[in-house]
Design a protein around this ligand. Structure first.
Ligand SMILES: *Cc1c(COP(=O)(O)O)cnc(C)c1O
Length: 440
């Protein structure tokens, strides 16, 4: 409807339709927030073709939104992928990706050292769904190999781990996944495409919590899945019926034949099944905020990563600190992996242990003035937390030990403040501990 002839005695129709020109381009430089729940089709035949996946087009904002589409195309380009799918959160990106690959009675292999929400998904929600999971030590390639079963359908890992900044031997893990005929999914939240492009090391799908560095300002929850276009679901079609057999909900289309690798049959399925059914859709407003964040991504990530290394060096020389988990330090067990996998920097999230033990953690954290006590990472603000009692509080003592940290560990996410102010802030907080220990 485009008729906006105004009838002063009958405002109801005009107050709804007046002034609206559907599909009118406004030549904006910034991507507008298309705040709409639905879209007007040209005609019924077009609507039918879009529903039948014969034509692409805007339909309903649970499935997609023009602001979100710009974010998706930008992320596909940054990761070197064929397509991307925005989701309501990083958590949704992980869940939708794995649910698209793995069904009830099938199996996932992943490291024990993963983001806490992913561990909850894998070990609790997936148990409810009858999806089996083997958690391995990510540094132990034999453990990855030994975990493979005939019903394995995905390997999942993080390029940089949290809170101890572990570095994944990604190419080696990808090779084991491919020998088993399954894709490798990489959560690249901590690396971002600035520090690592998982495609270069054999990964097949990338997920991000866009809430973190992509958005970068701690203002919006969002996630994204990128199909790197490398995995061939047609090589063993019987293993992947969701892509290679008729998709009954859309007129029996075989997604792999219609969309294949190049048009991402995988993401068509992920979107039309799991995002459609479960509803973790990205809002136009949050898409806009993440897009604006991405425009300064490399400036922020490089500076934050450089500051993090300088701070790690400062901490490793401080007597109140017993250990610093940063792969850029000469004594890090991940140093050589970092040289190969993270030549542009190891990121802004790392952790350190207090020599005085867990009893001193509260004193240090509560003494910090520039760092904020926040359960988030990737913000322009510098953030601090004790992971063992907050973000990772689901881990038991032996799991903490296996993951390489303890209740004496403090995690930092370095922001964009002047690094001299950050070092001074940590210095004064650590001095407080020395003073309070002296008094006891
Ligand atoms: C935060 C985070 C997630 C979850 O993302 P949300 O946007 O909080 O849902 C997943 N993986 C990693 C590595 C994260 O840091």
């Amino acid at each position: 409807m485009t008729d906006d002839s105004f009838a002063p005695d009958r405002p109801a129709t005009t107050q709804i339709h007046g002034g609206v020109v559907p599909r009118e381009a406004q030549n904006t430089v910034a991507t507008p927030i298309y705040q709409t729940a639905a879209y007007e089709f040209d005609d019924l035949a077009t609507a039918q073709a879009i529903f039948a996946l014969e034509k692409t087009g805007n339909l309903y904002s649970r499935n997609g939104n023009p602001t979100q589409s710009v974010f998706e195309r930008r992320m596909a380009a940054l990761e070197g992928g064929v397509a991307a799918l925005g989701t309501a959160s990083g958590q949704a990106a992980v869940a939708v990706t794995l649910l698209s690959l793995v069904r009830t009675g099938q199996h996932v292999v992943a490291p024990a050292q993963l983001y806490g929400g992913t561990i909850d998904l894998l070990t609790d929600a997936f148990a409810d769904f009858g999806i089996e999971v083997t958690l391995v030590d990510q540094d132990d390639l034999d453990a990855w190999r030994a975990a493979v079963r005939p019903n394995t359908r995905a390997f999942f890992a993080e390029g940089i781990g949290n809170p101890t900044a572990t570095v994944l031997p990604m190419a080696e893990v990808a090779e084991i996944a491919h020998a088993a005929g399954v894709p490798l999914v990489i959560d690249s939240t901590l690396a971002t495409p600035v520090l690592q492009r998982p495609k270069e090391f054999g990964a097949d799908f990338v997920v991000h919590s866009a809430t973190k560095f992509l958005g970068g300002h701690g203002s919006s929850i969002a996630g994204v899945i990128v199909d790197l276009g490398t995995f061939d679901f047609g090589a063993e079609p019987a293993k992947w019926p969701q892509f290679t057999e008729p998709y009954t909900r859309v007129g029996g289309v075989v997604l792999w034949e219609r969309f294949g690798r190049e048009k991402s049959a995988f993401l068509v399925y992920a979107k039309t099944k799991w995002v459609h059914d479960l509803g973790p859709s990205l809002s136009p407003f949050n898409s806009f905020q993440i897009l604006q964040g991405i425009e300064t991504l490399d400036l922020r990530v490089r500076r934050q990563s450089d500051s993090a290394l300088a701070i790690a060096e400062f901490l490793s020389a401080h007597p109140a600190v017993s250990k610093v988990n940063h792969p850029g330090l000469p004594d890090s067990p991940y140093r050589s992996l970092a040289e190969r996998y993270l030549p542009n920097g190891a990121g802004a999230v790392f952790s350190f242990d207090l020599a005085a033990g867990e009893g001193a953690v509260a004193t240090v954290i509560d003494s910090l003035k520039v760092f904020s006590l926040v359960a988030n990472i990737g913000d322009v603000r510098s953030l601090v937390i004790q992971p063992a009692t907050t973000t990772h509080s689901h881990l038991k003592a032996d799991q903490l030990r296996e993951a390489g940290f303890s209740r004496a560990t403090i995690r930092l996410s370095i922001g964009l403040e002047d690094v001299r102010d950050l070092i001074a802030d940590l210095g004064q907080a650590l001095d407080t501990v020395d003073a309070s220990i002296g008094k006891d």
